[in-house]
Design a protein around this ligand. Structure first.
Ligand SMILES: [Zn+2]
Length: 231
């Protein structure tokens, strides 16, 4: 999965349990997220005990945060290191907001717990390729929620695979291919997380293939539906 949602880490630093099992197990195994949680928790401890003065980030950081908030949702991903840096500051801002909760503001806590609302930032109409069932069709939408991205796929008429259907992101020139996950025969809707940092400006095509159960993880070259994201 993608790294933990910065808001989830911020709430965890404030002592809230992490409700999502996938996020809990990711956190247990991810050094980067654990480090981030630890640094947020340190901020919370320092603020709660008043052992040290909180240091304000430089003006450029606040300008960056404001610019980021003003430009959300980003239609396309920004490079990974910048993205993580931004997440850290957004998480720091969340912690600062969380400290207001400690001071007694319940409303802000509710907003943080729900996180940002997912926004549809791109859509793709999936059309049949030769060999697909005549009545097949589909669509895909790219949802952005904070820094995490999800692709939701809806299909019609895919009920009888050789083995299973597999959803891919690929570059239009076929030079790059990433598997998102599988769908079974008759399944009409699925949701897949997009790997952190994957540039959708390059991997702009959604492809659904028919995969035999042969243990070979490569694309079978039997594509049934395909479409390109447009913002
Ligand atoms: Zn992580």
């Amino acid at each position: 999965m993608a790294h933990c949602d910065p808001n989830v880490l911020a709430l965890a630093a404030l002592g809230e349990p992490i409700a999502d099992a996938a996020e809990r197990s990711h956190l247990a195994g991810c050094v980067e997220c654990s480090d981030e949680l630890e640094s947020l928790a340190t901020t919370v401890r320092v603020a709660r005990t008043g052992q040290a003065d909180l240091v304000l980030p430089p003006d450029t950081v606040w300008q960056g945060v404001q610019a980021t908030l003003a430009s959300e949702p980003a239609p396309l991903p920004i490079p990974l290191p910048l993205n993580r840096k931004r997440s850290r500051w957004l998480a720091a801002v969340s912690v600062a907001a969380g400290l207001l909760v400690i001071a007694g503001s319940v409303a802000i806590g509710r907003t943080l717990a729900q996180g940002p609302t997912p926004t549809t930032v791109a859509v793709a109409t999936l059309t049949t390729l030769p060999g697909a069932p005549n009545n097949a069709s589909g669509s895909a939408s790219l949802q952005q929620r904070g820094s995490s991205r999800t692709i939701e796929v809806d299909t019609v008429g895919l009920a009888d695979p050789q083995g299973f259907y597999e959803v891919w992101l690929m570059s239009p020139d076929d030079s790059g291919l990433v598997s998102l996950g599988t769908m079974s025969g008759g399944q009409t809707r699925a949701s897949f997380p997009v790997p952190d940092g994957l540039p959708l400006a390059i991997y702009s095509n959604v492809d659904i293939s028919d995969e035999p159960i042969d243990g070979n993880p490569a694309h079978s070259a039997v594509s049934l539906l395909r479409g390109q994201f447009t913002v």
